[in-house]
Design a protein. Structure first.
Length: 452
């Protein structure tokens, strides 16, 4: 008995230590089993307490009266599947007649308390089927991306972890253009580095506009096909991109050859419909601080500003079919930046907001699509850099956090894939001039460099 007691105490102590210091390890060893048992044992009573049950049907009531049996209890949604994951549980439910997916979503906070989980989110898979994703611990506190992610589709980059334990992807073909907002030290730069590091191994041309004299993007220059570090160069680069877009449309137009004999599936309407040997390389344009392109102090600068915004709007409106995708970053993005800004914002389907300093900044990102996301964005604490709220024009939103990627790590990834930076004739004048990568290994520590 003494040996069993000692073993039990050691197991409980180990579980408590893991829960305190390594919640992910605790979940995989102890938490997932305990949580699954809690859900199974408490399911009926929790659903009844959360008012997610329906009365028994008339024929069951009639059968109970005819056989002199007790009246059947209210019925909760039927469990289709309970699946453990590395961060929580996935519970798939079949709703009863008369129930709605909105009722389950409204009760998610009560379900979180009742099942003793860290978070519960719900989404409707199809009519009558709802999936509850329950997380066992704060997955955003220490972000650990899964070893394997879904990269089967082109232009789909894993960039962050969602609060429900899933991976947040930046899918350029589904959401061509996006806006990223956030105050200083909120995590925008790390998010942008993750984007560049994720795009680096792919066959894509990266174009950067960094009017902070290039301090953010120029260290990654070996992977970029074009870079601009001031407003004048940015104007020339954007107008060159517009010309490149028109050239790509001419290629698509020449390849269409629409006739009665051509099947619908073979009619080219964008670069992804072209044969692979004719397909132009897609282009991702990253603007580090959009306000620097919109501010002006003189009449000449105002004319330059209007031309810049016009080029950005044209690229946002017409660039998708030509394979030109945009990532606009800034601290604020409101009408105070001048005419044309709200027209540009309307074209940016994807929205990501890191910590902001005021509610109006959050409204610039989500005010026109989701009031709930505005409230979530202004609640991001200052001691959680990298935590952001992401959403799109459908109104759906989620909290995410990108894994910390240092500038040194991003530079190493870009240098490793420098040979993938394509040469675009229209952008040749803006190709960054950088020294060749040294063949000898360079020490990355702060100590003296290693000798050959």
């Amino acid at each position: 008995m003494t040996g069993f007691t000692v073993t039990l105490v050691l197991v409980v102590a180990a579980a408590g230590f893991l829960r305190w210091r390594r919640p992910a390890w605790y979940w995989m060893t102890f938490g997932v089993t305990l949580a699954a048992l809690r859900v199974r044992l408490r399911y009926a009573s929790v659903m009844d307490a959360c008012r997610l049950t329906v009365p028994p049907s008339r024929w069951r009531l009639a059968l109970a009266r005819a056989t002199n049996r007790p009246i059947p209890e209210n019925r909760p949604p039927r469990i289709l599947r309970l699946r453990p994951t590395r961060t929580g549980l996935v519970l798939r439910l079949k709703l009863r007649p008369g129930q709605d997916a909105f009722d389950v979503a409204a009760a998610s906070d009560r379900l979180r308390h009742s099942f003793t989980m860290y978070g519960v989110t719900s989404r409707e898979l199809r009519s009558g089927v709802v999936e509850l994703r329950m997380t066992g611990y704060d997955v955003l506190k220490r972000v650990q991306m899964p070893a394997k992610t879904d990269t089967s589709r082109p232009m789909r980059i894993p960039v962050a972890l969602r609060e429900d334990g899933g991976v947040h992807y930046r899918d350029y073909r589904a959401v061509p253009h996006a806006l990223t907002l956030g105050a200083t030290e909120s995590g925008k730069s790390v998010y942008q580095r993750n984007l560049v590091a994720g795009l680096a191994p792919h066959d894509v041309a990266l174009v950067g506009i960094d009017c902070k004299q290039g301090v953010e993007l120029f260290p990654l220059a070996r992977r970029f096909s074009a870079l601009a570090d001031n407003q004048d160069t940015a104007l020339d680069l954007l107008e060159a991109l517009v010309d490149h877009m028109q050239d790509v449309y001419q290629v698509i137009r020449a390849e269409q050859r629409i006739s009665v004999a051509v099947p619908d599936a073979e009619i080219a309407a964008d670069i992804w419909d072209l044969p692979e040997h004719l397909r132009p390389v897609p282009v991702v344009v990253l603007v580090d601080e959009v306000a620097e392109l919109a501010l002006f102090a003189s009449k000449e600068e105002e004319k330059r500003r209007d031309r810049i915004i016009t080029a950005l709007v044209r690229l946002a409106q017409l660039g998708r079919a030509a394979g030109i995708y945009m990532e606009i970053c800034g601290q604020r993005f409101g009408s105070e930046l001048g005419k044309g800004i709200t027209m540009l914002r309307a074209q940016l389907t994807g929205r990501t907001a890191h910590r902001v300093n005021d509610e109006s900044s959050a409204n610039m990102a989500f005010g026109d699509i989701s009031p709930d996301a505005v409230l979530a964005a202004i609640q991001i604490p200052t001691d959680a850099p990298g935590v952001a709220v992401t959403g799109d024009s459908s109104g759906g939103w989620a909290r995410i956090r990108a894994p910390h990627t240092s500038l040194r790590q991003a530079v190493n990834i870009c240098n490793r894939h420098a040979d993938r930076a394509p040469d675009l004739p229209a952008l040749a004048a803006f190709r960054p001039v950088v020294p060749a990568v040294p063949s000898a290994r360079v020490s990355l520590s702060k100590a003296a460099p290693a000798t050959a």
